[in-house]
Design a protein around this ligand. Structure first.
Ligand code: SF4
Length: 367
């Protein structure tokens, strides 16, 4: 098994606290007057819709004259793994598979109508494994040229020492590495087809390259998706994260398509899952489901081939709002009748939308 970068004393809580503080500061760095005013307009629009949406007032939703603060753009739908709760892993998409072209991202973000002037956060992730896209570092660099905070999430199976250097040089601010087990058996119970050894090696390459190049970014996060097959390893994982010197360790509860008593991924510990039994014994999402959704205001998602979808729960683009070839097209779609009608339906009867019934909006997904 790969060993932690050496010599590296155990990371103290203080040094990890500083790293987190630096990362939070970096997230606010893109804010200027225009973006602050935009954020305030978004919040006012959201509050107005929340207050009046319940009475079916379409008018209260329409006048939103603001733009998303965050955007997720999908580098690819392809994936090397076969995770059981993921449509990329299950190869179950009905939409096409492909790779985001850097020119498409440039057209969205740059130029007079580009979204870069209003965005703060660019997440180069939706479905699939981003580093399968050979142009991934260029995609990051495009976001950085626009002055945005840029993040991604990876299963870290394609990070060689050379790639690690390119990743650091791309300027990415936040690198989330999925690591869902402290040994191969627990890891591959969810990350089917994956090798824990590769994830550890990739972590070492990234940490070493940061040190060699004298960079503080990216903020390296180990993300532990807690499921029934790995929950017993949580204390071991916390200790491993300290030993390996990553900047942050987070524990995420899992979204399950059909939770049930004998579901192997449902955790025993109720604090580590999103679901509970209702009085009739059915497994349901624990969080309340108010008719509101901040995500409909603050962000949107664009698939690799340019479809705008309302949020990251729309994995197969069932609620596609239109094709955004550039920033101007996106802005039209964002204020289109179809988008307003969708927002209105979330604010009047969220439970009537399939994906909204298994969505964590309004609750905590971090354990
Ligand atoms: S699934 Fe529905 S409630 Fe959840 S983020 Fe998307 S639109 Fe909002």
């Amino acid at each position: 098994m790969a060993s932690p970068p050496a010599p590296r004393p155990e990371r103290t809580d203080l040094s990890r606290g500083w790293a987190k503080w630096r990362d939070r500061k970096a997230r606010f760095a893109p804010l200027d007057f225009r973006k602050l005013a935009n954020a305030a307009a978004l919040w006012r629009g959201f509050r107005a819709a929340d207050a009046s949406g319940k009475s079916n007032s379409r008018e209260a939703l329409s006048p939103m004259q603001a733009w998303p603060m965050s955007l997720s753009v999908e580098p690819t739908t392809s994936c090397n793994l076969r995770c059981p709760e993921c449509p990329s892993g299950l190869r179950s998409f009905t939409r096409p598979t492909g790779m985001l072209d850097p020119d498409r991202l440039s057209a969205l973000l740059s130029g007079p109508a580009g979204l870069g002037r209003d965005l703060v956060y660019l997440n180069l992730y939706f479905q699939g494994e981003p580093y399968l896209n050979p142009g991934m570092d260029e995609l990051v660099a495009i976001g950085k040229r626009e002055g945005l905070y840029v993040s991604t999430s990876t299963n870290a199976h394609h990070i060689t020492p050379e790639r690690a250097e390119r990743i650091i040089k791309s300027g990415i601010d936040r690198l989330i590495i999925s690591i869902d087990g402290a040994d191969q058996e627990a890891y591959s119970a969810y990350r089917v087809g994956g090798k824990l050894e590769k994830v550890l090696e990739a972590t070492r390459h990234i940490m070493d390259a940061k040190k060699r190049l004298g960079r503080r970014a990216p903020h390296v996060v180990w993300q532990f998706l807690v499921v029934g097959t790995n929950e017993h390893q949580l204390p071991t994982m916390r200790q491993m994260a300290r030993t390996w010197g990553v900047d942050e360790f987070v524990v995420k509860t899992a979204q399950l398509d059909a939770p049930r008593d004998d579901h192997p991924l449902l955790t025993q510990d109720p604090r580590l899952r999103r679901y509970d039994r209702d009085p009739s014994g059915r497994w349901v999402l624990r969080n309340p489901m108010p008719d509101r959704c901040w995500r409909m205001w603050q962000g949107a998602v664009v698939t690799w081939d340019g479809q705008v979808v309302p949020c990251c729960f729309d994995k197969d683009a069932t609620h596609g709002m239109g094709q955004a070839e550039d920033g101007a097209a996106f802005r039209q779609i964002w204020h289109s009748d179809a988008y307003h009608a969708f927002r209105e339906s979330v604010f009047t009867h969220r439970a009537g939308i399939d994906m909204c019934r298994n969505c964590s909006e309004g609750t905590e997904v971090w354990a």
